[in-house]
Structures are given as structure tokens and as C-alpha cells.
Design a protein around this ligand. Sequence first.
Ligand code: AMP
Ligand code: ZN
Length: 114
Amino acid sequence: MNNCIFCKIVRREMPSQKVYDDDDLLAFHDINPVAQVHIILIPKLHLVSLMETNDSHTALLGKMLLLAPKLAKEQGLNNGFRTIINTGKGGGQEVFHLHIHIIGGNIPPMVRRD
Ligand code: AMP
Ligand code: ZN
């Protein structure tokens, strides 16, 4: 048994507000949203980050990316959305189970140049 928060959510040892669930993937509302819509999409398989992925994960990663716009639309984000994958400490990752943030609503440009 690992101690990973997202694995605990997969094993239903921790609650989550699920929006999607199948054999491979799970999506739920972020506990601390940064915008009107903030969904976390994870593989049920414990992968630490994109750094730990390889060719054996091609289908899984493709499935995640293809699901993202469907979930965004279901959340009412018909006009677009932002996906973020933080990778490793240097990428600002805090939960070390690969996940895609799906964020939308009234969001500013990601990078301000002023
Ligand atoms: P990251 O910095 O990319 O690792 O983001 C981790 C995200 O997971 C943050 O946006 C947290 O708010 C979110 N988070 C942490 N714990 C939970 C939880 N129990 N349920 C839902 N979201 C969570
Ligand atoms: Zn995990």
C-alpha cells in the first residue's frame, strides 16, 4: 500500500467529488480550485510524473489527453480551457502522482509580460 493521496482516492480510502471514472482514469474536482472549474484528471496507475513515463504509457497518456476536452465541455467550458501538467519539484509539482489540471472559467493569460 502506498501513501499517495491520489492512490487513496482511487482506492476510495479518501473522498473526492468525482466527475469521471473508468478502468484506467479518474477525474475529480480540485480541493483548492484556482478558477470556477478546476478538475484533476489522473491515471489509476501510480505514475509519479511525466518524467517516469515511457513508450508503454502511450495509450494511457493519449486517453488522458482525449478525455480532457470532453470533461471540459461537460463542465460547461465550451469556449476553451487550460491544461497544466506540473512535473517534478522544478515544475511546481506537489502531489507526486501524474495528473492533468483542467482549468477554466474567467482565467487570465498564463504568462504576463509587462
Ligand atoms: P500539483 O501542484 O500539480 O501537484 O497539484 C496538486 C493539486 O492537487 C493541487 O491543485 C491541490 O489543490 C490538489 N489536491 C491535493 N489534494 C487533493 C484532494 N484530496 N482532492 C482533490 N484535489 C487535491
Ligand atoms: Zn498514486
